[in-house]
Write a protein that binds this ligand. Structure first.
Ligand code: CTP
Length: 883
């Protein structure tokens, strides 16, 4: 017969250990040597939890005992009647955590270690051997572990105890039962503190893991906050809890975690504390509660280990398509197997990925016979089977990669589609919703980026109240309203831009009409497109667009904040950095929506399209990419560059009207310093669309640099003066072309006759006048100021500025400068009426005399009004003399 026993006045650890030992010695009888502790007796009375098969000692014939298994003791005096049989005839196995004593029994097997509870030793053996235990058994074992370790808070607690506790939890130990069983008296102030902690408890979802942070402060030291943390954790059945309590001048941190994904010790270590993965603490000096809290959240975001890996998400075997196969074949596979994307292979290698959306659109654009490799994404990430969930989530949602190939030693072993990912997110969401019920009254923060502070800091009050008003009108009509596009991009980049664009999920026109009733403004609507422009009295305007409330088909189950229509609206946009939006409705005012990794691209300074057909759908984006790249000092992403080259190669510009190309070209040339953008156009072979002979040579580049200088000078001196900046660069761009070639460029850009004449004549005039001025200089002729005025006055400001940049002659530049600074605004002091008073007939004579006056004034012959009068009288006398 085998008997498992323990010490007299058995406690929960004894019971738990006996039960655990029974799992290792299934044939052994459980026998208490004597009485039990009261609490244990009560437990037996009240517990319906577990039916123990305990044999009474009086029913046992001690002589039949061949093996005695002692748990939680090895002291002879503590095992009651069993002490009688201790000797060579009985095999003794010992499991104990007590310190050695002089009366220790020795056994053939001794598992003795100073852990927090004996049950720990047994549980760890159970775990190692893979012996199955039920949730009820796990609960009883955990009860023992808790009781003997002061809810795992005594200094005797070791990592082994936590391991055992963790294992028991995994096996279903019910902490609610345990907390009901183990009651500890709290002082009044502890109760108050606990109450504060409960009130402040806030749930965070970090990498799919729920973490609760509770905080409170007390004006003097209160002991045992670890016990409070325990209480809270048990009451709410929390996996991970961090408690921050400010007492006197320090913040005390208590960390509790019963899941592997959160290591409480690591977090505490960051605050200079320590402990075990499941229980830790730190005393933080020199930090406010708020600072400590923010740092904790940040650390958790960095340190919480993701729950799942690629292996859990991937599907296999994998369907693939060869890079050289036509798009339509990819379409067939996708449809046949109902897939949302395919890895593209070249030989053994995964060369790219292609999504159903792209395939469908390519077919729609008549590209079904193009090889898949033309439109596949080559800039894609792969993962290994052990890649964590968070990374996959980041790739698929953050970076918009819809299909992730899983490679193991370079072999494709699976794929993860957005659908797979969504399934898991959905599960997480359901779990958190269930959990939320337990913490009803407490705030719940998901990981949402709020930019309300930025809005407050960066936008003028007028714009802020406008945005809020939009939100209110949205609420009233039941529409969700977002600010979108360049306005959001520039706000995040802290670049001044008050050109507000908004998107209404509902009816943009109805929205604008409602807005007009409340705020002084006028609206212009375009019913066909569902757009409206709101015009304000100060001349500013806001564009309103409609995102139709269409149901966003699979993958639909995106987390709560995401609403299909705004997502679709943003998906149609050009670049990730322009596809950001923030909410204007009061309940979520300032909440940023970033479906496509725009924030990351702003941070990394990258221009990236949202999908591979972006340039096919709107070829002007090729120019836009270049413009933004240069303006913002960003880089066009490699894959996006490939798509641009491909679009150019496919003759994209043929599909663009001259007007659109001109509009884009003007925008590029209108930028501050367009040299690099035009060079980039050259690199992408875009100049040939303007004219096959158009080159951007070093000479042109030097000319552009000089234009830049001249314009800076001009802008500095003549702030108010309006001119068309782009035109001067345009003259620079076509400078080396012949007249008939220039005419062809104008033709290509669909310029009207007036524009065309302006370009051709402007260029011709500039060349002629430069020659004339050159002739003056080379013949040492010093022109009169009035002569300069006449020659240059006939030209447009743009032509003059271009000449100033084009010439390498200092003297020419000086003449033009003289014209702008001294001659251009010169006027006679006398007016027409003065001349009439002097007896000059109204009509051409007035004009002629005024012109003469001006000429003399330009040549510095006249200074005062009297000089002018005298000049007039003289010329009148002369002409009278002549007649
Ligand atoms: N847009 C687009 N594709 C285009 C033009 C515009 O997707 N071919 C979208 C972008 O989201 C862009 C928004 O429409 O942000 C507004 O366009 P626009 O005013 O031309 O650009 P901004 O981004 O505001 O740039 P800018 O600062 O030059 O005005």
């Amino acid at each position: 017969m085998e008997v498992i026993t323990t010490h007299t006045t058995a406690d929960f650890d004894s019971l738990a250990s006996m039960l655990a030992a029974k799992k290792l010695y299934p044939d052994a009888l459980l026998v208490f040597p004597g009485s039990q502790e009261r609490s244990l007796r009560d437990f037996f009375i009240h517990s319906t939890l577990y039916a123990f098969e305990v044999e009474r000692i009086k029913n046992i014939n001690l002589r039949d005992v061949e093996r005695l298994i002692l748990v939680d003791t090895r002291q002879q005096s503590r095992i009651g009647k069993f002490a009688e049989i201790v000797g060579p005839d009985v095999d003794i196995h010992i499991y104990d955590h007590h310190l050695p004593s002089s009366e220790d029994i020795h056994g053939s097997l001794e598992v003795i270690s100073e852990v927090g509870a004996t049950v720990t030793l047994l549980v760890n053996i159970i775990r190692e051997r893979g012996v199955e235990i039920t949730p009820d058994e796990a609960t009883v074992m955990m009860l023992g572990l808790y009781e003997d370790t002061g809810n795992l808070s005594f200094s005797s607690v070791t990592e082994e105890d936590f391991k055992a506790a963790g294992y028991l939890l995994r096996k279903g130990a019910d902490l609610n039962v345990i907390s009901n069983m183990i009651t500890r008296e709290l002082t009044a102030e502890q109760v108050f503190l606990l109450n504060d902690l409960i009130q402040s408890a806030t749930r965070y979802h970090i990498h799919g893991i729920e973490v609760v942070i509770a905080q409170a402060s007390a004006d003097h030291y209160i002991g045992d906050i670890a016990v409070l943390a325990h209480k809270l954790k048990d009451m709410e059945n929390l996996d991970v809890l961090f408690v921050l309590v400010l007492m006197e001048d320090r913040v005390h941190l208590i960390g509790r975690s019963r899941i592997d994904e959160v290591n409480a010790a690591e977090i505490a270590a960051e605050f200079g504390g320590g402990g075990h993965p499941t229980a830790s603490s730190a005393t933080i000096r020199g930090m406010t509660l708020l600072v400590a809290h923010d740092r904790l959240v940040k650390l958790l975001q960095e340190m919480v280990r993701p729950r799942r890996t690629a292996r859990d998400l991937m599907v296999y075997p994998v369907k693939v398509i060869s890079a050289d196969c036509p798009i339509e074949e990819a379409g067939e596979i996708l449809t046949r197997y109902n897939l949302t994307g395919l890895p593209v292979v070249q030989g053994e290698k995964v060369a790219g990925v292609i999504s159903k959306q792209i395939v469908e659109r390519a077919i729609h654009h008549g590209l079904k016979t193009s090889p898949v490799k033309e439109y596949m994404s080559t800039e894609f990430a792969t993962v290994g089977p052990e890649t964590p969930f968070s990374r996959i989530q980041e790739l698929m949602i953050g970076q918009n990669q819809r299909l992730v190939p899983v490679l193991e030693s370079d072999h494709l072993v699976g794929t993860i589609s957005l659908g797979n990912l969504m399934g898991v997110l959905q599960e997480d969401m359901m779990r958190s919703v269930k959990g939320a019920a337990a913490l009803e009254s407490q705030p719940l923060y998901a990981r949402k980026k709020m930019i309300s502070k930025l809005i407050q800091e960066r936008l003028p009050d007028r714009i802020q109240s406008l945005l809020m008003e939009f939100g209110k009108v949205g609420d009233e009509l039941g529409f969700s309203v977002h600010a979108v596009g360049g306005f959001v991009r520039d706000l995040l980049m802290r670049v001044e831009n008050f050109d507000v664009d908004i998107v209404v999920e509902g009816d943009g026109i109805q929205f604008a009409e409602e807005f007009e009733k409340r705020v002084p403004c006028r609206i212009r609507t375009h019913r066909k497109f569902g757009t409206a422009i709101i015009l304000f009295p100060d001349g500013s305007k806001v564009d309103v667009a409609t995102a139709r409330l269409e149901v966003y088909d699979s993958p639909a189950a995106l987390p709560t904040v995401e609403s299909g229509s705004i997502k679709m609206d943003l998906y149609r946009r050009d670049f990730t950095i322009n596809a950001l939006a923030f909410q204007l409705n009061p309940r979520g005012f300032g909440e940023l929506t970033d479906f496509f990794g725009g924030i990351k691209d702003i941070k990394e300074r990258v221009i990236r399209v949202l999908h591979n057909l972006s340039f096919v759908e709107d070829p002007t984006r090729v120019f836009r990419a270049i413009r933004f790249e240069q303006r913002l000092g960003f880089q066009i992403a490699k894959h996006t560059q490939n798509l641009m080259r491909n679009a150019v190669k496919m003759g994209f510009a043929a599909r663009l009207s001259g007007g659109r190309v001109l509009a884009e070209l003007i925008l590029i040339l209108q930028e501050d310093d367009p040299v690099s953008a035009v060079k980039r156009m050259r690199d992408f072979d875009l100049l040939r669309f303007l004219h096959p002979n158009l080159k951007f040579t070093e000479e042109t580049e030097a000319l552009f640099e000089r234009i830049h200088h001249v314009l800076s000078w001009f802008d500095y001196l003549f702030l108010e003066e309006e001119y068309e900046r782009w035109l001067i660069y345009f003259y620079g761009l076509i400078d080396l072309l012949k007249e008939e070639e220039v005419a062809e460029v104008c033709q290509r850009l669909s310029m009207n006759e007036k524009e065309k004449t302006r370009i051709i004549e402007g260029k011709k005039q500039a060349e002629q006048i430069l020659l004339q001025v050159f002739a003056w200089i080379s013949s040492d002729y010093t022109p009169k100021r009035s002569e300069i005025y006449t020659v240059l006055g006939a030209l447009s400001t743009e032509t003059k500025l271009f000449m100033m940049a084009k010439t390498t002659q200092m003297a020419t530049r000086r003449y033009i400068s003289l014209y702008f600074t001294q001659l251009k605004d010169a006027k006679p002091l006398l007016k027409g009426a003065d001349l009439i008073r002097l007896g000059i007939q109204p009509g051409p004579a007035i004009k002629r005399n005024l012109a003469n006056l001006l000429k003399a004034r330009l040549d510095e012959q006249l200074m005062t009004r009297e000089d002018e009068m005298a000049f007039l009288v003289r010329s009148l006398e002369m002409s009278n003399g002549r007649t």
